[in-house]
Design a protein around this ligand. Sequence first.
Ligand SMILES: NC(=O)c1ccc[n+]([C@@H]2O[C@H](COP(=O)([O-])OP(=O)(O)OC[C@H]3O[C@@H](n4cnc5c(N)ncnc54)[C@H](O)[C@@H]3O)[C@@H](O)[C@H]2O)c1
Length: 320
Amino acid sequence: MTRIAVTGGAGRLGRTLVSGLAARGHDVISLDRARAAALDVDGVEQVAIDLLDADATANALAAARVDALIHLAAIAVPFSAPEDVIMRTNTGLAVSVLDGAIRAGIGRIVAASSPTVLGYGNPSGWLPERFPLDEETAPRPWNAYALSKLMIEQTLAMLQARTGDAVRYAAFRPCYVIAPEEWAGVPTQQGHTVRERLADPALSAPALFNYVDARDVTAFADTLLAALPDIRNGETFFVGADDALATRPLAELLPRFVPGSEAPAAALTGTSPAFSTAKAARVLGWRPAYRWRDQLPDVAAAASAPLPATAAADRKDVPV
Ligand SMILES: NC(=O)c1ccc[n+]([C@@H]2O[C@H](COP(=O)([O-])OP(=O)(O)OC[C@H]3O[C@@H](n4cnc5c(N)ncnc54)[C@H](O)[C@@H]3O)[C@@H](O)[C@H]2O)c1
């Protein structure tokens, strides 16, 4: 059993992560300016706080007497606020919370980054050398959200330079998070349902068809915190499902949305995702357990059924 502080615990990912870690036997303290009714469960304490207040944050973290911190609090959606506000908020939160954790003597520190650091969706073009994308792929952020996430990774590196291995750090880049209730029809982060996202590739294409079930992020975080003292300090991990959130192979879909990607995307046959989680499997032994085909079996069955001849003739993405 570990005592874990989670910032942003009342949010979309936080609610599943905090309650899931408590269900796994940990004591969890959620620090958020909002309260979540879903966190009124055994093993969870909620602290209402503005985490941009650095002294209040360091004091709250010290009072919490935790072994580990998971930092989620952020403006979580690109362009959901003016660029300067996203930059100031996310980097301000990172310094306030992560530096506060050092001041509070917390020995294991994990922060949420984002796959968007890689820079896909850039209106001036973006083309990787190869798929799947992994932790070796060069980050090329093109908006304040993505840059702020890269700064969070750099804030961890800065603190590691200061403390050395006396404190253990890691960053993780969760793919498009799907909370358990969202499989049942609650709108996802972008306002549409998972079913709508699967029905219209244009909705999932901006995230390169990536996704992860929030329960898999919980299992990842639990595994990561346990392993932190023993793995190389300061690692970064992608956390995603092991298939794509699409009903057609990405080798076929990606070239429609990422101009010029025919050659690198050709590697993504079958249900292969654009992002590799091989590093998390290799270093931590973690693998995702949830797949959309198990959550939405009717959509999966319809996608794999042979198309009627007329429908097949109408579909531009199917060779007929
Ligand atoms: N949801 C995704 O698909 C996704 C994908 C990649 C990365 N991430 C990252 O994961 C983290 C969690 O994402 P989410 O979707 O749960 O976001 P969310 O917006 O649902 O939750 C963020 C939480 O942070 C809290 N918060 C923000 N500013 C605060 C402040 N000043 N003081 C106290 N609390 C504050 C909010 O109240 C909220 O509960 C974020 O860092 C996000 O960038 C999310």
